[in-house]
Design a protein around this ligand. Structure first.
Ligand code: NAP
Length: 484
């Protein structure tokens, strides 16, 4: 029963006061500071979370360090079993977790279920894949001037203590995608959930604990990123930082984590480029899905569409018609304040010459799904990441101009190209300075074993099942000189 399984997480009042996990016990902070988490759906309080103190961070990290070596020495088959069990528990509580997540971050139940299910599947896949990660040996005589006098035995070892920081938009999945590979590679984990999404993150932590992750190997420290983030990131006991969030936060973290390995997934303002021979129906469907699902609050959401004026004139009516025929296109954005900022950016763009083809209005935390035309690349709506359901249409003279616009952005996560000729798409993809190019499909992260990365200010390092496992470990050569 969920009530028993998760009982220790809170005082079970209505609304509950949640505790944090110091690696050993679920406790309230001595700070006496708490943050009330309000649902973006209706403003109701989902619960209160603790703001931990520096000495509570020190205490949890000391436990993380003390427990790590023993955990790394635990046979891999045991670690694999624990992580598989965690995946089973996630699936077991799918409905319960989905209701909580939907309320906490404003997803539909089906979006929330899909995030939870994906987390379980990803966790399982990590636990399977880790069994084929292995080291290698190298002989010395390959290199000129060396005989067979040396053998390098190259093992994969843990970094130590991985700080996992997740964003509000996928607080369960993007926590699991860090915690599972970090644990499987023998690291201990200090997890900092997003404030909005924290309660779901605490539940995930409890699942890993109940699955058998030993004392000290995982902790979950809560509080605002602005308040506790810098102390955590720069803490000498944190060996590696795995972060998903905005580019601005990523840059701030990178500045205070010198010489620590970083694995960052940051912001994006992903472009769609439409060739004249594109299938306009498919393009329209993918633009709507890519731009408006989860109210555009996805790092891989489509933010602007480019084509020649003639192509956009053909495409726009198809998009508008399909939008008209679709109900419940977008739910709320994460807070009323974020919605107000988006509304302002729309108004500023209009003042600079953009035209509203559809949408543009706000009510509370809800922004109408919006399409703007006559947008130019220098407008803020393009050059910043607008985390909401707004898509800009930009007319270009030719496809080279479109590539230059993509390459001139500070972000470089994904781009998508629509053409019936995949050869054209492949050739064009070479011009685009982004992590991944999708041909005839909207930008997306999955399937999760594909490599996923951002260039420029969109990220550092590569994720995707095998790639994440490798990133959560390092190689350690031991050289045998003059083998007998
Ligand atoms: P955010 O404001 O940057 O926060 C991300 C996480 O960092 C949260 O846990 C936040 O805690 C924490 N944080 C904030 N300031 C910090 C600091 N100074 N030191 C350490 N941690 C700090 O991002 P968000 O609004 O939650 O998420 C949306 C952003 O994430 C978008 O830019 C989106 O593109 C990006 N994202 C990228 C990917 C990808 O795969 N590339 C995937 C999903 C999301 P608090 O919540 O407590 O402030």
């Amino acid at each position: 029963m969920p009530a028993e399984f998760f009982e220790t997480l809170s005082n079970n009042a209505i609304p509950p006061i949640y505790r944090f996990f110091n690696g050993k016990d679920w406790v309230e902070s001595t700070s006496g500071n708490r943050i009330a988490i309000q649902s973006p759906v209706d403003g109701s309080v989902v619960g209160e979370i603790q703001v931990v103190t520096p000495s509570e961070i020190d205490e949890a990290l000391t436990r993380n360090v003390d427990a790590q070596k023993k955990w790394e020495a635990t046979p891999l088959n045991v670690r694999v079993k624990i992580v598989h069990l965690a995946a089973d528990w996630v699936m077991h509580y799918l409905d319960y977790l989905a209701v909580l997540l939907a309320r906490e971050v404003g997803k539909t139940i089906s979006e929330a279920k899909s995030e939870i299910k994906r987390t379980a599947e990803l966790t399982d896949y990590f636990a399977d894949e880790v069994q084929s990660i292995r080291g290698e040996t190298l002989d010395s005589d390959n290199f000129p001037g060396y005989d067979k006098g040396r053998i390098a035995v190259i093992e994969r070892v843990a970094h130590g203590v991985v700080l996992a920081i997740a964003p509000f938009n996928y607080p369960v999945n993007l926590a699991g995608s860090k915690i599972a590979p970090a644990l499987l590679m023998g690291n201990s984990v200090v997890f900092k959930p997003p404030t909005q999404g924290c309660i779901s993150g605490l539940h995930l932590t409890r699942i890993f604990q109940k699955a058998g992750v030993p004392e000290g190997v995982i902790s979950c420290l809560t509080g605002g990123g602005q308040e506790i983030g810098s102390y955590l990131v720069s803490h000498p006991k944190v060996t590696m930082v795995a972060f998903t969030g905005s580019s601005d936060t990523g840059m701030a973290i990178a500045r205070i984590a010198p010489m620590k390995p970083l694995l960052f997934e940051c912001g994006g303002n992903n472009a769609t480029i439409v060739f004249p021979d594109a299938d306009m129906n498919l393009t329209a469907t993918e633009i709507i899905k890519g731009g408006f699902s989860y109210a555009g609050q996805r790092c891989t959401a489509i933010k602007y569409v480019m084509g020649t004026q003639g192509v956009l004139d053909q495409l726009l009516p198809v998009v508008l018609k399909e939008m008209e025929e679709t109900t419940n296109l977008a739910g709320p954005v994460i807070t009323v304040q974020v919605a107000e900022n988006i509304e302002k950016i729309i108004k500023d763009s209009v003042a600079q010459g953009a035209k509203v083809a559809v949408g543009g209005h706000r009510k509370d935390a809800y922004i109408e799904p919006t399409i703007l035309t006559h947008v130019t690349p220098s407008m803020n709506i393009v050059s910043t990441e607008v985390f909401g359901p707004v898509i800009s249409f930009i007319a270009v003279g030719d496809m080279d101009e479109a590539a230059n616009i993509v390459n001139g952005q500070r972000f470089g996560l994904q781009a998508c190209v629509f053409t019936k000729d995949e050869g054209t798409g492949l050739k064009y993809a070479k011009l685009l300075d982004v992590g991944t190019v999708q041909i005839n499909g909207s930008p997306q992260r999955g399937p999760d074993h594909f490599p996923f990365l951002g260039v420029k200010q969109s990220g550092v390092g590569v994720q995707g099942v095998r790639y994440s496992l490798e990133a959560m470990s390092r190689i350690k050569p031991v050289v045998i000189n003059k083998p007998q």
